[in-house]
Write a protein that binds this ligand. Structure first.
Ligand SMILES: Nc1ncnc2c1ncn2[C@@H]1O[C@H](COP(=O)(O)OP(=O)(O)O)[C@@H](O)[C@H]1O
Ligand SMILES: [Mg+2]
Length: 231
């Protein structure tokens, strides 16, 4: 397998467990229950991408208001104001009353700043607006085709209900992505503990272990040398 230049994730420890970072122009499914840090990981990916690697990024939110995302970023040491002014980051809130415009909304904003990184937060939230599962699956396929066509390295967030063993809500998300990362929040004795695993990463060696991670004032930090205790 030829090695290629990797897309550095900007999340401490994540490059190590993914075999060097994401594969450029690939889609990564980031899945986990609410509160596991999916939004935090994804904002770190865009922030570091724009700041350190000069790769502009687009954040599409379906659910959480932009101001709420940005203010929790400030709590994690990431102020996007300057990057937005420089045209290196765009936050877009999806308008549920214009579902059919979603592809255009994504494409226009990517082209506006020549974005190399994209986050869709979350594709599960499509279920709030579209009732037909077949229609949602079609939309997820179309979004993934679009992101591939525009050569972006992207994170698709999928939020799964607690206690569910499936990787995604609609059972299709893991098939349109070559890479799947799962965030867990599980009980170990009398405490809850956070752990992360790289479920699949096509064409790359990667860790197959569960690694502990923390959500800190600097965002998510993964411990690649440690193994999580899971029962
Ligand atoms: N400064 C902080 N220090 C520690 N944990 C934090 C901090 N800020 C947020 N959190 C944790 O991060 C979680 C939210 O992360 P978020 O990325 O929004 O999760 P998700 O998008 O998966 O729902 C909260 O449940 C909270 O426990
Ligand atoms: Mg979130």
């Amino acid at each position: 397998m030829p090695t290629c230049e990797r897309t550095k994730t900007g999340v401490p420890g994540l490059d190590e467990i993914t075999g060097g970072g994401f594969i450029p122009k690939n889609l990564v499914l980031l899945t986990g229950t609410a509160g596991t840090g999916k939004t935090t990981v994804s904002t770190q990916f865009l922030y570091e991408g724009a700041k350190k690697y000069n790769e502009p990024g687009v954040y599409v939110t379906f659910e959480e208001p932009i101001d709420s995302i940005k203010s929790s970023c400030v709590n994690h040491g990431m102020d996007f104001t300057e990057l937005e002014e420089q045209g290196k980051i765009i936050f877009v809130k999806y308008d549920p009353f214009h579902i059919e415009d979603i592809y255009e909304l994504i494409e226009t904003n990517i082209k506006k700043i020549d974005a190399k990184r994209v986050v869709i937060d979350s594709i599960s939230a499509l279920g709030l607006y579209v009732k037909e599962t077949s229609e949602i699956r079609r939309m997820i396929f179309n979004i993934s085709f679009l992101l591939r066509r525009l050569n972006c390295s992207s994170i698709l967030i999928s939020e799964i209900p607690p206690q569910q063993s499936a990787l995604s809500r609609f059972g299709v998300e893991e098939f349109v992505t070559d890479n799947v990362i799962v965030l867990y929040y599980s009980r170990v004795d009398s405490q809850f503990a956070r752990s992360v695993t790289v479920w699949k990463m096509r064409g790359s060696s990667h860790s197959s272990k569960m690694h502990p991670y923390k959500i800190t004032e600097k965002g998510v930090v993964i411990y690649p040398e440690e193994e999580a205790i899971v029962k």
